[in-house]
Design a protein around this ligand. Structure first.
Ligand SMILES: C[S@@+](CC[C@H](N)C(=O)[O-])C[C@H]1O[C@@H](n2cnc3c(N)ncnc32)[C@H](O)[C@@H]1O
Length: 201
């Protein structure tokens, strides 16, 4: 942990878990953010690819951007998706790196991991794997990944320094970090920073 944090990281994590447990269990339920196929369409993902995926692979997508819009992945690359949720970006990555590549999705929520593993099985994707773990302690060796992706997760971490140093640790020298996230253009008042509801609200 690096220095004084604006909120209790454990309390925040529990709040985040309860929010996304609901997305995993009720993907088509009422959420205060866009999800699923409509969201993938809004964010400009390849429509033919998204249409080719079963509902189980797309319906709990809850990202905030399209990390592949920055640059498509190359065949054979090794990819880590930090905070993989229902696995949607892992399935897009799997299509780009092909069977000679490898994709590892990391998430702290068993309900999301179950969902993404089931979807990977449905699509017969053997080069995609999901591991339970934290962004702050990623269960991947140093320098393993050619590319690290993340979509809408770093903003949910109380200790950003710790999160970024872990993303850096698992990336090989010369590797790429392609992530989409929420950033504030102006400083957040301390009172708001310490209000956990605003972190997931
Ligand atoms: C906004 S959703 C995004 C999921 C996925 N990236 C997507 O685009 O659909 C946030 C996900 O990150 C996971 N998450 C949040 N904080 C985490 C942390 N510190 N470590 C591991 N997973 C985390 C949650 O369990 C949830 O599945």
């Amino acid at each position: 942990m690096s220095g004084e944090l604006p909120v209790d990281p454990l309390a925040l994590r529990e709040e985040v878990k309860s929010k996304y447990r609901d997305v995993a269990r009720n993907p088509n339920g009422e959420h205060h953010f866009h999800t699923g196929r409509p969201l993938a369409r809004r964010l400009g993902y390849d429509a033919a690819l998204v249409d080719s995926m079963p509902d189980a692979a797309v319906e709990s997508f809850a990202g905030v951007a399209n990390p592949f819009a920055l640059r498509a992945l190359d065949a054979g690359e090794k990819v880590v998706d930090a905070g993989s949720g229902g696995g949607f970006d892992c399935f897009v990555a799997a299509q780009q790196v092909g069977p000679t590549g490898k994709v590892v999705g990391i998430d702290m929520l068993p309900e999301m991991l179950d969902r993404s593993r089931t979807a990977a099985g449905l699509m017969g994707l053997e080069h995609v794997e999901f591991r339970e773990g934290l962004l702050e302690r990623i269960p991947v060796p140093d320098g393993w990944a050619d590319v690290v992706i993340s979509n809408g997760v770093i903003n949910l971490c109380a200790d950003k320094k710790e999160a970024f140093s872990e993303l850096w640790r698992v990336m090989r020298p010369g590797g790429r970090l392609q992530f989409g996230d929420i950033a504030n253009e102006k400083p957040v008042p301390a009172g708001a920073l310490s209000d956990i509801d605003l972190w997931t609200g």
